[in-house]
Design a protein around this ligand. Structure first.
Ligand code: ZN
Length: 254
């Protein structure tokens, strides 16, 4: 069966889903030169490629690779993605009078993975399934992105808000939702340091004690400090912007 037929017609039993997913985990951890356990502390794009091959072999009998054909498929880890767990990109370059070139890329957020199962203790569910460890969270994110990739390869467009996507994700991987509850830098900042956007804070920068307020929290906090040489903001004052690790901020009364 080619990939399109499989995506439309096949359904795996829940027990088969569990068995296959455990096999993937076991082999991926055993063969990796970077993953040091189920709550791994390092990972390499090579591990994502291996995941793709394992899923393709075990779940789809190699039909993904066949459908992707000669189109380049790359895997990337991003420390910058701080709210989405992953993303899949299809890039098409059109050339006048010749067939266009299509490329695919799957990107996984390392920031979210490494912050989850780290120091904020709560159960974590990804795609509606409870995860026991970091590798399971990675698998659920990867499966989600794999469904995006397969839809793009077969039908060009892919949307996880739509029923075709959700049906595939449910029939092959048992996903119940298309969202994750990984621990974001924003949540960690509140849980661990009690710092939220809007909070008045102080911190030390090059030996000076500065006072400002938190504007946003991504990997680090963006702190605005009032300054005559800064940029004007909507409140009529001027501010300099500082990127500060949340752990270095101290709250102060407003
Ligand atoms: Zn999605």
């Amino acid at each position: 069966m080619n990939l399109e037929q499989q995506l439309i017609t096949r359904r795996l039993e829940p027990t088969e889903q569990t068995t296959l997913s455990r096999e993937v985990q076991e082999i991926a951890l055993r063969q990796s030169r970077y993953l040091d356990g189920a709550n791994f502390r390092s990972i390499h794009p090579e591990d994502l490629r291996r995941l793709f091959e394992l899923y393709d072999d075990r779940y789809f009998d190699g039909a993904c690779r066949q459908a992707v054909g000669k189109a380049p498929l790359s895997f990337r880890l991003s420390p910058r993605m701080t709210s989405a767990g992953g993303k899949t990109v299809r890039e098409e370059t059109t050339r006048p009078g010749r067939p266009s070139i299509v490329k695919y890329e799957i990107v996984i957020s390392t920031t979210l993975l490494f912050q989850t199962f780290h120091d904020v203790d709560r159960p974590v569910s990804v795609t509606g399934l409870m995860c026991q460890n970091r590798f399971e969270a990675l698998q659920r994110i990867f499966e989600h992105e794999l469904v995006h990739l397969m839809e793009m390869v077969v039908w060009v467009h892919s949307s996880c808000a739509q029923s075709r996507f959700q049906s595939i994700a449910r029939r092959f991987f048992g996903h119940r939702e298309h969202t994750h509850q990984l621990i974001t830098p924003k949540e960690r900042a509140v849980a661990k340091f009690n710092i939220r956007p809007g909070d008045a804070v102080e911190f030390t920068f090059e030996g000076r004690r500065l006072k400002g307020f938190v504007n946003r929290i991504t990997k680090r906090a963006t702190v605005l400090v009032e300054s005559p040489t800064g940029r004007p903001y909507t409140d009529g004052k001027s501010y300099e912007k500082y990127y500060v690790p949340v752990a270095s901020l101290r709250r102060r009364p407003k």
